[in-house]
Design a protein around this ligand. Sequence first.
Ligand code: HEM
Length: 504
Amino acid sequence: MAQSPLIYIVAGAFLSYILYTRITLYLARRSFIKQNGCQPCTARFNKDPILGLDVLKIMNYNSKHHIMLRENLKRFEKLGNTFHNRIVTMPVIATREPENIKTVLSLKFKDYSFGNRTAAFTPLLGHGIFNADGERWANSRHLLRPNFARDQVADLEAFERHFKLMLKHIPRDGKTVDLQELFFMLTIDTATEFLFNHSTHTLRMHGQGDNEDVIFGRAFNFAQDDIGQRLRFGPLDRFRKNEKGEEAIRICHVYIGKFVDDALRFRKELDEEKRAGAGKEEKYFFIQEVAKQTTDKKRIRDELINILLAGRDTTASLLSNMFFEIAKRPDIYAKLRDEIATLDGRTPTYEELRSFKYLKWCLNESLRVHPVVPGNTRFAIRDTVLPLGGGPDGRHPLFVPKGTTVGYSPYAMHHRKDIYGPDADEYKPERWENLRPGWEYLPFNGGPRICLGQQYALTEASYVTVRLVQEFKEMESRDPGPWEESLTLTLSSLNGTKVGFTPA
Ligand code: HEM
């Protein structure tokens, strides 16, 4: 049967259109590359350039053997500070150049988004700050930022109450205790009190059976770990049977929903009292401040669960990694004790905490050697350029086509020997005497999306460290091996933080 000539005309027009758009894109890119002086990056990780399955296999092996970061560092040392990679169909540029990272996170912030990581985060986190881009993110940041002012983050009285509960679980007869386990309980207890005005009190309930708070704590841990699974399965995740994950998310949402209801009720009463001319004596509560700005129940719930996720494991991981290192170095512990001796056994004020220089060096150094967010990605939403990585020496600008993922590694950057010296892999607080790094040191991210909870985290970690050092005159490591990585959403110690204490 003869074909209608119309089909040929339509097909021809379609092909011409494709050809036209391809040629225009090619010409536009050629001129963009020339204008920016870009040169191609010759360093490439994949041997399989089509599907990049070799990389998947290697990553799988490294993840199983807890050597992801170590191997990634070796790769940078072999290939250079910026190289190309491909994970299945996803083109990736990996970098540990401070200038490139500054460009992605700050100078050309608007050229990037989170990309497809949001799909894995949305079931638990909804569209809160940690999982939003563009206008939505800007709104969230505007809503939440005032709540992180100094007065609000420095509730030392709350830290002391929870610290005392933690202390009850630390043997005073030198028996071994896993501090990491306790730090994770402490930080969920303090973060829930800070955010919901109701603590989970997992430290109080430890070993006492279940209640609603303990069930929430467990469900939150599960749902959070499940994000890692969702990320690994990617687009195939929708075919995974995951009843336990769905149930954990439901428990979290119902639990937090009740506190949101309370906060909205409080706002209603406040509005009524204000209308009646009466002023209520107001104590600051995070959830109530957010409820003063919006009555959207899901929005409040989403934002709070995002901050809980952003703030809880990070601070616990910092403490665990730091105490792992210090437990192996009695000289560092002794110096810390000397520094805080000025308190004469009193609990510290906020100003005193900030004045402890050696303590600050210990925290900085832990976040350098073991950054708790050791790697991150951004997705190019338009053609753009990185200042470094092009040419055989990697010193020329590099073209980044729209649709490329830029993976940046604070871990690999913090271990650069040309920046931190030949002993870059060692935990050495004293190096901070002369260090004043800029973008070479990035534990809290930089640019418009810099961590909102940095002061909160450092205040809590400093407080807990000072109080532990006051209570115990010596600490001994009970882990014969070196620190090993446990990489979930954050980086903590694979074997926990096993130590024994001698009371002061
Ligand atoms: C040692 C502790 C912490 C570290 C190392 C840390 C690190 C980071 C990093 C690297 C990011 C950027 C993530 C990204 O954009 O992909 C971030 C974002 C964030 N962090 Fe932290 N964080 C810590 C503690 C906290 C705490 C305690 C809170 C809250 C109580 C918090 C709240 C946030 C929030 C809300 C964001 C999102 C900011 C935005 O996207 O605008 N963080 N943090």
